[in-house]
Design a binder for this molecule. Structure first.
Ligand code: 5GP
Length: 347
């Protein structure tokens, strides 16, 4: 047994210290980023925020709504092949959408069929497993990269520098970082496993950037300021689930309860998701996600404006004219107690 004595931080453990700035207004701030991916060598330009590949969030409707803002969506993996082929072959937004998949043989075969049905239309793939520390995951990613040299591959999840390096050396362009911080995730309480998300982001970004790779901070953002902290900590992309939940573009019906309107939101390893897609929870495992009702918030556009406004404002406070400069200009101050005005304790 070993105890790591170094303090590890979550978003709520810090604030960003303001700095002198010559920026007259937040309208001057450009929060777009441009990247050339290490392996695919494809060029990216957009606002590096990705809707999570959860079946309530990563929907076609969300992709259509976020595209005008230059945000991306990781489509959930439960769409049928014909639906995916139609989406990727016909829409302009396809270029900012990730095809998501697991690492089983059927996952791979489904991808091959959809990819061949869409020509070269799929540019981005998200290979997603709860635990990115298994040998089978690394082997799968290596083989997948060999088979598809031109795809931009995002894969995870991991939380440490050495595994981030291994992922990048195995062919991953964007390493997805986060184990346990999700708003409907119960991994920390069910297994005792996890890593405070801001520290994971800082350490994995450092490791990735050293090799010319990128990271996506996945999970734990509860307010726009958390995105600013993730970008300030070195994240190249940020993935959002809970902050985009409850909108018109999310799957599921609006539920009326006690005179209020809600939408269901649940983790992809929750009982609700396993019952929907796997016919229940397998005997050898337990749910590592929970289900909740989120107040209905109408179209997602207003929420996106609020998020982008918050990130832009954070850049102004530290004098970053571009989002790219935010991390260089970020000094975190540790706070005692929780930094955000409100915090979802269930995370
Ligand atoms: P949020 O933005 O809601 O805090 O986090 C979203 C992320 O939570 C997702 O992108 C995914 O990585 C993670 N997640 C989604 N569902 C589950 C689940 O059921 N269990 C766990 N452990 N993580 C989940």
């Amino acid at each position: 047994m070993h105890i790591d004595q170094e303090i590890k931080l979550d978003f709520a453990d810090v604030l960003i210290r303001p700095k002198r700035s010559a920026l007259p207004s937040r309208a001057e701030v450009d929060i777009r980023r441009e990247f050339v991916f290490k392996h695919s060598q494809r060029r990216y330009r957009g606002i590096p925020i990705i809707a999570a590949n959860m079946d309530t969030i990563g929907t076609f409707e969300m992709a259509l709504a976020l595209a005008p803002f230059e945000l991306s969506v990781a489509l959930h993996k439960h769409y049928r092949e014909d639906e995916l082929v139609r989406f990727f072959s016909s829409l302009e937004v396809k270029s900012s959408a990730f095809y998501s998949m697991g690492i089983t043989k059927p996952d791979h075969e489904k991808f091959e069929r959809v990819a061949s049905g869409t020509g070269e239309a799929i540019e981005y793939v998200c290979i997603d497993v709860a635990n990115g520390y298994t040998e089978s995951f690394v082997k799968f990613v290596e083989k997948f990269r060999e088979a598809y040299p031109k795809l931009t591959i995002m894969a995870g999840n991991v939380v440490t520098g050495e595994m981030t390096e291994e992922m990048i050396l195995s062919g991953v362009d964007i390493v997805k970082v986060g184990i346990g911080p999700g708003s409907v995730c119960t991994t920390r309480s069910m297994t005792g496993v996890g890593y405070p998300q801001l520290s994971a982001v800082i350490e994995c970004a450092d490791a990735a950037h050293g090799l010319g790779g990128l990271i996506c901070a996945d999970g734990g953002c509860t307010a726009p300021g958390d995105l600013a902290k993730a970008f300030g900590g070195g994240a190249d992309f940020v993935m959002l689930g809970g902050m985009l939940a409850g909108h018109a573009e999310c799957s599921g019906d609006v539920i009326e309860k006690h005179g209020k309107q809600y939408k269901r939101f649940y983790g992809m390893s929750s009982r609700a998701a396993m019952e929907k897609y796997a016919g229940g929870i397998a005997q050898y495992r337990a749910a590592e996600g929970r289900e909740t009702l989120v107040e209905y918030r109408g179209p997602v556009a207003a929420t996106v404006q609020e998020i982008l406004g918050g990130v832009r404002s954070a850049c102004t406070y530290v004098g970053a004219r571009k989002l790219k400069e935010l991390t260089k200009r970020t000094t975190f101050v540790r706070v005692s107690g929780r930094a955000n005005d409100s915090f979802d304790e269930s995370g």
